[in-house]
Design a protein around this ligand. Structure first.
Ligand code: MIC
Ligand code: SF4
Length: 756
């Protein structure tokens, strides 16, 4: 039986009335995304149509998911909300804090020793507030959610950008910062700008070497890392229904890489099969009763241009396997063009590592198809040239693939099986024995989703390419980036030319899934007596102090902390890897603030001018000097600032250190909200060329912040070192209630005062 089946039945019970009401009000057939959004309004049955991309709307999500690296800050904040229990079903998953080094058992043991303080904290907070807890080793949040909690037509939020994975089971699942999760856990409405809608029509059928991953690699090439911002991507067509549910999950998962609010697919038979196979026949039966409400109205998919803001069409029968990278997930190269691209760009051809698995690509189907290639290594007398690793997404998948002999097959090609955790995907990979910075230029291929500089192994000179698990396995066997398994041959031990046969696998385990200990710990019924302890001298955890409210005055005399050049993702603002250990300690993690951002004036990282001394130093030290002197500061950035993760640390750290405003050409959605929630000014240049006016010794004076109001740009006077001035306009997207967060010092301050 499924978890929280009563909640799911309740959602379904009101779905028809709400969707029918929405259709009347909107006055036309509805997409699936609209059906889910309109049936999850905080105010219940819809009585007003919303303008996409414009109206802020209050929603009532059905559930919340958190992972260990973000849950610490989310729960530290929740503890201030003054509530005895979470208001909606919520889970915490321990997956990010497990370092991959030698292999699953030893790595898990080490994580339990080194991070026990954090795991104990998360377990006791979960127990106290009625939150389901998935212990270290249970699996990666998104895979565990897909296997246990996701349901067609539901709405959830999660403190991780890849929460969107649950779109594979027909949900609207959205990644958010911890402060947003606190709203929902505290029983309050959750606000989102009503998204725009992008329709992706999939014609044809996947076959041979092409996998679901290639669909999203192609979409990333089309939309780029910011093309999906503020939009839900809805996939449909014969190519969608003929694909597995977990394949759909892969596509939705990596939709985070185009900035999409989320991605989703209409309910179909693949979802019914997946639900039954994961022991949730009750959910499948309930979904089947309201089937037509769990997909778009038929007119929509027949004439998509009339209902979506943008439509993309991809013919799966013609789609080629792709590799995306390096350093950005939208640089898409079809495999037949890789040899040329690699040569032109001087990408090292030799592949050092092939890594499969992660939350994106570790379904039974993925693993069985990759194993069918690994098996050919001995059958065809080949030798695997690159190192090869697997990170299973959940204990259930790991147990089942071991039972079915796939782990054994991978072991025979010398694979390392890491713990069921994020590991190499988030820099928790001790590839170089702690010395990653000075390593050589090299190439790796993986089936994860992100490949920003330093992300996997900490080495700035590692070029990471993203591909399907099948392609990654074939390339690892060949050891060459320019190997095209569709056309190329390999030389075996007998000197013969052999060709790899197309991958084959199973959508779902023929013998069913199995697991001994899935790793779930249910919370206490009454947690009121449970005490949550945080040691005052802990270097891992620190209770939060509320941020100071706005003093009601214009900000003046603010110094430029850094003008970031080019790509500045949350990995650049608050790096992961070794820094993950400080995710529960704001002051300690603040020591990594913006250390990955490139200074536009010298093209160096972590080397900015301290305007008080004229000396150059690291960003955190410089900012701490401004803070000590009581001087405010401003961060300036380029397009899509804060792309990537949902980590609110990227907003809380600058706030904690005294930065007042972030002024950029454009923001990634989650980061912009995180800044607002933490009481910062998130601003965009009204004229993006004004970015070029900003000089190294600039001082910023806000002249009309006292009249901060929705839809009214702010004016900033920029004083240059020679005394000359530029007056510029900065746009913002704050509505009335968000301005209240700013005034209160943070959204949480406002909640706490309301519950006091
Ligand atoms: C990621 O993939 O970047 C992460 C690590 O899962 C993040 C969350 C985090 O920073 O803790 C994400 O995607 O939101
Ligand atoms: Fe973990 Fe990587 Fe998935 Fe993020 S993308 S949840 S780090 S496996």
């Amino acid at each position: 039986m499924a978890f929280d089946i009563d909640m799911i039945k309740k959602v379904y019970a009101s779905m028809a009335t709400r969707v029918d009401a929405a259709r009347k009000i909107v006055g036309k057939p509805l997409t699936l995304s609209e059906k889910i959004l309109y049936s999850h309004l905080w105010d219940g049955t819809p009585n007003k149509a919303f303008t996409r991309g414009k109206d802020y709307v209050d929603f009532a999500p059905d559930r919340v998911a958190c992972q260990d690296a973000t849950a610490q800050m989310a729960l530290l904040q929740f503890m201030h909300a003054g509530k005895p229990k979470v208001a909606v079903p919520t889970t915490v998953h321990c997956d990010h804090l497990i370092q991959a080094k030698v292999g699953a058992a030893a790595d898990l043991r080490r994580a339990n020793e080194t991070s026990n303080e954090v795991f104990d904290f998360l377990e006791s907070v979960s127990n106290k507030y009625g939150i389901g807890f998935w212990k270290p080793g249970a699996g990666i949040i998104h895979q565990v959610v897909l296997e246990n909690y996701a349901f067609p037509g539901g709405m959830m939020i999660g403190t991780d950008s890849h929460t969107v994975n649950a779109g594979g089971l027909g949900m609207v699942a959205i990644g958010v910062g911890g402060a947003d999760a606190v709203d929902v856990m505290a029983g309050m409405p959750w606000e989102l700008k009503f998204p725009k809608l992008i329709g992706v029509k999939l014609t044809g059928k996947l076959s041979g070497w092409t996998a679901p991953k290639d669909v999203i690699l192609k979409v990333a090439g089309i939309l780029t890392v910011k093309g999906g911002t503020g939009a839900i991507i809805e996939y449909f067509g014969e190519g969608a229904t003929s694909m597995s549910c977990t394949g759909k999950g892969t596509i939705c998962n990596m939709g985070a890489e185009v900035g999409a609010t989320t991605s989703t697919f209409g309910y179909d038979e693949s979802m019914d099969r997946y639900l039954r196979s994961t022991e949730r026949a009750d959910v499948a039966d309930a979904a089947n009763e309201i089937k037509s409400y769990l997909t778009a109205d038929s007119e929509v998919y027949a004439n998509p241009e009339k209902y979506f803001d943008q439509v993309i069409e991809i013919n799966l029968s013609e789609l080629e396997p792709h590799l995306n990278g390096p350093f950005t997930p939208d640089l898409a190269t079809p495999i037949s063009k890789m040899a040329k691209a690699a040569k032109e760009n001087n990408w090292p051809i030799k592949v050092e590592y092939g890594l499969i698995g992660s939350c994106t690509n570790s379904s039974y189907e993925d693993i069985s198809r990759a194993a069918s290639l690994a098996k050919q290594v001995s059958d065809k007398k080949l030798k695997t040239k690159a190192n090869f690793t697997i990170t299973p997404g959940s204990e259930q998948v790991r147990y089942t693939i071991e039972r079915d002999g796939f782990i054994d097959t991978f072991n025979k090609i010398g694979a390392t099986v890491f713990a069921n955790a994020c590991g190499p995907c988030i820099g928790m990979w001790d590839r170089y024995g702690g010395n990653a910075e000075d390593q050589d230029k090299n190439t790796i291929v993986h089936s994860f989703n992100r490949n920003f500089a330093k992300r996997a192994d900490g080495n700035p000179n590692t070029l990471a390419f993203v591909g399907s698990p099948e392609l990654v396995t074939a390339i690892a066997i060949a050891g060459r980036l320019d190997f095209n398994p569709l056309t190329d041959t390999l030389i075996n031990e007998d000197g013969e030319q052999v060709k790899l046969e197309e991958p084959r696998g199973y959508e779902l385990p023929p013998e069913g899934f199995a697991v001994e200990d899935a790793g779930f710990i249910a919370p206490a019924n009454d947690g009121s007596g449970i005490e949550v302890k945080v040691a005052t001298d802990s270097e891992r955890l620190q209770l939060l102090e509320p941020f100071a409210p706005w003093d009601g005055k214009n900000i003046s005399g603010a110094k430029l902390l850094i003008k970031a050049f080019g790509k500045c993702t949350t990995d650049h603002i608050s790096m992961a890897g070794p820094w993950l250990r400080y995710r529960g300690h704001l002051d300690n993690i603040a020591n990594n603030t913006l250390i990955g951002a490139v200074n536009a004036f010298n093209q160096q990282t972590n080397f900015v001018k301290n305007q008080l001394t004229g000396e150059y130093a690291g960003v955190p030290d410089t900012q701490r000097a401004y803070k000590a002197a009581g001087i405010p500061s401003v961060v300036v950035g380029d397009h899509n600032y804060g792309e990537g993760s949902s980590r609110e640390h990227a907003a809380m750290q600058p706030r904690h250190l005294g930065v007042k405003a972030v002024l950029v050409k454009s923001f990634a959605r989650i980061h912009e909200t995180n800044l607002k929630k933490q009481g910062m000014l998130a601003l965009t240049f009204a004229n993006e060329n004004d970015y070029d006016l900003i000089q190294e010794d600039d001082t910023f004076n806000f002249t009309d912040l006292e009249n901060f109001a929705p839809d009214k740009p702010l004016t900033i006077e920029i004083v240059h070192v020679d005394g000359s001035k530029d007056i510029i306009k900065a746009n913002h997207t704050y509505n009335e209630s968000q301005i209240k967060w700013f005034k209160a010092g943070s959204a949480l301050n406002l909640i706490a005062s309301q519950n006091a």
